[in-house]
Design a protein around this ligand. Structure first.
Ligand code: SF4
Ligand code: SF4
Length: 503
């Protein structure tokens, strides 16, 4: 079989599987097990043969030839078409699940096709979310293989990709489903051990907290582990390894971006104006989720005073004291780690939040900012949780790049990024004397960081947005870039001119 025929044959096999899967939108299959397994096997086999045709007969090394000449990876017709299809899928999942066959009375179509798998794993019929979770995990596993094949010259990429595949398959998919099957009497609460607040924005919602507290030992374990993850485990890991421990090794959103989104990483904008917009945007989302969470915890404490160890007034006072302490600490020890606009931004936002909470405390009003907490939650869920993270974040991979959500919208990335910049041992060191200014690193940085500009100056890269994917280093032909965890001393180096250009 020639190279070309292997490519074509694999495409035919994969597309046959995809059409078989999509045909469930119009047909009711009497034997869904057979059709589901056949279509998934065909898609997997076609994809693996296709990857083999791409990388199987090549030496290991950097493989980004012709990305700007393919319509799919350079915002051509195929890129726009794929963007439309993905966006349409997300719109259907969030707002029109009946299009996919979901119904509370009994599903049909594509959702029903997944019933056998759903019964096997969680003992219940499939929902649109089970369909979504299954396809999401399938995509990460499949494209994870492609990514490993493509970057097999780089050990960091191989281990990191195995890690995201493991966490998605085990922690985000299998464990929650099996726990649901073993505890059918419990109301829903998130059982993905790695999905922490603020990415899991409903963790502290009234309904979720109630279900956790009524969930027996299992619920109590997830509540305590979730709080430990936010306040203890995450800060410690971020201190030692930077935010990469989460964004590039564990997180499901990062996992999809790094695997299925890899062909689109070069589409991220590197403009300074976009960088400025990014900083305001992502921190505004963090403030929004912070206020939403305070409002929902307040509601919970109002409605369930007997289920908590503190009153709602004590909670608000605690939050105000916490904010004042954090800000005082940052401004006393870390003020040089901020740019001027970041300093003013942090100060003004902190003062506004503290003022609102203080006025609220003394006015005795029932609602934070005069709105019931569920309104905040609805707005956040619709605007950020669904429209931004799903429709824009994944649907627009082929247009805006693979990390739109992580870069502009993820509150978790914002929180970890602040710590990475100010209190972490992580940095990317640059051996600037070796740099030939080819620009590979900047081109393939999915977070839009102009890595070359740092490399040319021999300056450490300590950017809050860097997710530590290491691809800049993997595609550098000169070995200039190295991801390191070292001491905090001299970590932020400010070099104003390219090496060799000192006047
Ligand atoms: S600077 Fe390098 S490690 Fe950081 S996000 Fe960009 S490509 Fe990944
Ligand atoms: S650091 Fe490496 S990839 Fe980046 S411009 Fe220099 S030689 Fe090229």
């Amino acid at each position: 079989m020639t190279f070309l025929s292997l490519k074509k044959t694999s495409l035919i096999i994969g597309l046959t599987g995809l059409l078989l899967l999509l045909s469930a939108l119009g047909f009711e299959y009497s034997n869904p097990e057979l059709f589901l397994s056949s279509s998934l096997i065909l898609i997997a086999a076609g994809s693996l043969f296709y990857f083999a045709s791409l990388y199987g007969n090549q030496l290991s090394g950097i493989k980004n030839n012709q990305v700007w000449f393919h319509a799919l990876s350079s915002r051509g017709d195929w890129g726009w078409l794929l963007g439309l299809v993905l966006t349409g899928f997300y719109v259907a999942i969030y707002w029109f699940p009946e299009v996919l066959g979901y119904s509370q009375e009994g599903s049909s179509g594509l959702v029903q096709l997944f019933d056998p798998l759903s019964y096997l794993l969680n003992g219940k019929p499939a929902t649109q979310w089970f369909l979504y979770g299954s396809l999401y995990t399938f995509a990460i596993l499949l494209f994870g293989v492609k990514f490993i094949w493509k970057y097999r010259h780089n050990r960091y990429q191989i281990i990191r990709t195995l890690s995201v595949m493991f966490f998605q398959f085990g922690f985000a998919f299998m464990i929650p489903e099996l726990l649901s099957k073993l505890n059918p009497e419990l109301d829903y609460f998130a059982k993905d051990l790695k999905n922490m607040w603020p990415l899991n924005y409903y963790f502290l919602d009234e309904w979720h907290l109630t279900n956790l507290l009524n969930g027996g030992n299992l619920g109590m374990f997830f509540l305590i582990f979730g709080l430990a993850l936010i306040f203890v485990i995450s800060p410690i890991l971020t201190y030692f390894y930077g935010k990469r421990w989460y964004c590039s090794w564990v997180c499901g959103c990062g996992a999809l971006a790094e695997t299925a989104g890899d062909p689109f990483r070069q589409l991220s904008s590197k403009k300074i104006s976009v960088w400025k917009f990014e900083r305001w945007m992502i921190h505004a989302v963090l403030v929004f989720v912070f206020i939403t969470t305070i409002a929902t915890v307040w509601s919970f404490l109002s409605a369930h005073p007997n289920q908590s160890f503190m009153t709602k007034e004590q909670f608000i006072i605690g939050v105000v004291v916490f904010l004042i302490l954090i800000m005082a600490t940052l401004f006393y020890w870390k003020r040089n780690g901020f740019d001027k606009d970041a300093r003013y931004g942090l100060l003004s936002i902190g003062i506004i939040i503290i003022a609102i909470l203080s006025v609220h405390l003394f006015s005795g009003k029932d609602h934070i900012l005069f709105f019931p907490s569920y309104k905040f939650q609805q707005w956040y869920g619709f605007g950020i949780g669904a429209a931004f993270s799903g429709v824009l974040g994944v649907g627009f991979y082929p247009i805006l790049g693979s990390r739109v959500w992580c870069r502009f919208g993820c509150p978790m990335a914002a929180l970890l990024g602040m710590q990475q910049r100010l209190l972490s041992r992580f940095r990317i060191t640059t051996n600037g004397g070796q740099c030939i200014s080819c620009g590979n690193c900047s081109t393939y940085c999915e977070m839009g960081i102009d890595v070359r500009a740092y490399a040319q100056r021999g300056e450490n890269i300590v950017r809050s947005s860097c997710v530590g994917c290491g691809v800049c280093s993997a595609v550098c032909p000169r070995g200039v870039l190295k991801l390191e965890n070292d001491t905090m001393e001299n970590r932020i180096t400010d070099v104003p001119y390219p090496l060799g250009n000192k006047l």
